[in-house]
Design a binder for this molecule. Structure first.
Ligand code: SAM
Length: 292
């Protein structure tokens, strides 16, 4: 049955982010959409039922997880094409981000279904936003391979990556993952471990990879709960910098001495590319270093 509900458009698939801890993080728009759709596709229907009950919402739920996605998505797309409004949720955070839903969204897009995001919590972005590491460019790596040889190979492939690295990790593997990171990427790299974000025992550890590794041995709490590990990108070698960026660096320094950071960013982006946000952060950092 298709209902005409205020707040949602018939035939639309809504990809709805839900809290990663604090229930207050469910947006009012997410609540409105969850309360108005015809059907909710959920990673774990029991988990989502608990969330909906907390907010006084009753809706038909159907399971959509990695083991049944291929089967369920045909049925969901047929329902969407018949005019149903459907929400997709996962257990926590943004669906598809290390969570089920990619198959459904890709197939719905191919079938011409309208897909609308209801954005909200995402552990990777929450951790990045408080890490103190560069945010102008970053790479989301999801979970590293659970087995050591494959994990070390992946880390070696990432060793020269300049952008901030973001990993999801299970607390059970944290000690061995940190040991591999220190060995492959070097203990002096800046890092951040965000655990239990938005929850009662939220903790953010910042320092070098070696510092974070030693926190794990001294604070047993650090090994409990959900966590995101962030590692600063590789610093370019002096030779790489000299070859590639000498002109840009000289001009950046000249501009920073004369213009506000926003204008510096606009000009540098126009001349050298790379995005205004990148140059804005560089200008702020350079000015702070000069003012010291
Ligand atoms: N879709 C989710 C998102 O948008 O963040 C991620 C789901 S993934 C299966 C679960 C992983 O996300 C956890 O193992 C952990 O690495 C991270 N995570 C989820 N909630 C978290 C929290 N409150 N604090 C820190 N990390 C969290």
């Amino acid at each position: 049955m298709v209902t005409q509900n205020a707040g949602v458009t018939p035939g639309t698939l809504y990809v709805v982010a839900t809290p990663i801890g604090h229930l207050g993080d469910l947006s009012s728009r997410a609540l409105e959409v969850l309360g108005a759709v015809d059907l909710i596709a959920a990673e774990d229907t029991r988990h989502t039922r608990g969330l909906l009950t907390h907010f006084g919402i009753q809706k038909p739920l159907i399971p959509l997880h990695e083991h049944n996605e291929a089967r369920q998505m045909q049925m969901l797309i047929a329902r969407l094409q018949a005019g149903a409004a459907i929400a997709l949720v996962s257990d926590a955070g943004t669906p598809l981000i290390s969570d089920p839903g990619y198959g459904l969204v890709a197939a719905a897009a191919a079938a011409g279904v309208v897909i609308s995001p209801i954005p909200g919590p995402c552990a990777a972005i929450a951790a990045l936003s408080v890490s103190g590491l560069p945010t102008d460019r970053f790479v989301f790596e999801g979970f590293l391979p659970p087995r050591r040889p494959a994990r070390r190979t992946r880390l070696q492939q990432l060793a020269r990556e300049r952008r901030t690295l973001i990993f999801y990790e299970s607390p059970r593997r944290l000690v061995e993952v940190l040991a591999d990171c220190v060995e492959v990427l070097g203990g002096e790299r800046k890092a951040c471990l965000g655990r239990e974000l938005t929850k009662r025992f939220e903790t953010v550890y910042r320092g070098t990879l070696a510092d974070v590794q030693s926190v794990l041995t001294t604070h047993s709490d650090a090994l409990r709960g959900e966590c995101v590990l962030l590692v600063a990108g590789a610093v370019a070698s002096a030779t790489e910098d000299a070859a590639g960026n000498a002109d840009a660096e000289r001009i950046l320094a000249d501009l920073v001495a004369q213009l506000p950071a926003s204008q510096v960013a606009r000009l540098m982006d126009r001349w050298f590319g790379g995005g205004r946000a990148h140059w804005y952060q560089r200008a702020i950092a350079l000015r702070a270093a000069v003012d010291l």
